[in-house]
Design a protein around this ligand. Structure first.
Ligand SMILES: *Cc1c(COP(=O)(O)O)cnc(C)c1O
Length: 234
């Protein structure tokens, strides 16, 4: 299957899931996750119609940005060290992976330096898995309160990564829990916080995620095939 065919298949499934959940394809942002992929492969998915590109490493954004067709939106979806913010601050439209007050402060600083306001999502560890990044539901209010003090960022929603499991019932529960958080926060009206985006769902579970209210899905393998990390940039 070509990248283009895979992309079309993913879109069809996204459309179905969106309609099943009372929405349309336009309500869902499909982010083509391009980590380890070459600019050539990225341009292929862009020609097929992708308008949103996701990378998990700031270095890969920096290195590929100029080599890829313009007029696409870049998303930083992976762990961000504060000393790497400068690589991406003027390149990405949304940082999905913010999980500390310190990181919020540093993004705020860099954004102000560039005269921009950076939209961010707070990454939530909804499953409580120990290895995963993200804040717990209990820690979330501290970050949301803090957003009110920063004019260089804007909190636009939540992001989560589901644990790898074949017990789908458990993930359904996690999806429902974060959806509930998302709704609760919208009602509380924190300063400088809107709940516009709920970023969850990857190749294995994006349809499920949409059925549970995802507005953004991050899909790599289903579009490009298995990743070969030996070719990944260091
Ligand atoms: C790699 C990655 C994805 C995409 O994973 P696939 O299983 O290849 O679709 C989604 N989100 C994040 C944060 C990732 O790092």
């Amino acid at each position: 299957m070509s990248i283009k065919e895979n992309w079309n298949t993913v879109l069809k499934k996204v459309k179905n899931a969106a309609e099943k959940s009372g929405r349309t394809l336009d309500d869902i942002t499909v982010i083509a996750v391009t980590k380890t992929r070459t600019p050539g492969e990225i341009n292929e998915v862009i020609s097929a119609g992708a308008a949103n590109i996701g990378e998990n490493k700031p270095q890969e954004v920096r290195d590929k940005f100029g080599a890829v067709a313009p007029n696409v939106k870049w998303h930083l979806i992976g762990h961000l060290q504060t000393n790497k913010i400068k690589y991406i601050i003027d390149k990405v439209c949304l940082i999905h992976s913010v999980d500390s007050v310190h990181l919020m402060d540093e993004i705020d600083k860099q954004a102000k330096k560039h005269g921009l306001v950076m939209p961010i999502l707070i990454q939530v560890n909804i499953s409580g898995e120990e290895t995963k990044q993200g804040v717990s539901a209990d820690e979330l209010p501290v970050l949301l309160e803090h957003a009110g003090e920063l004019s260089g960022i804007r909190v636009e929603g939540l992001m989560t990564i589901m644990p790898k499991t074949d017990v789908n019932i458990t993930n359904s529960l996690h999806f429902d829990n974060i959806r509930q958080l998302f709704v609760d926060i919208s009602c509380k009206k924190y300063d400088n916080v809107t709940m516009k985006h709920l970023s969850m769902g990857m190749s294995g579970d994006y349809e499920d995620a949409i059925l549970h209210g995802a507005t953004m899905v991050r899909v790599g393998t289903a579009i490009f095939g298995e990743r070969d990390y030996s070719k990944a940039e260091k």
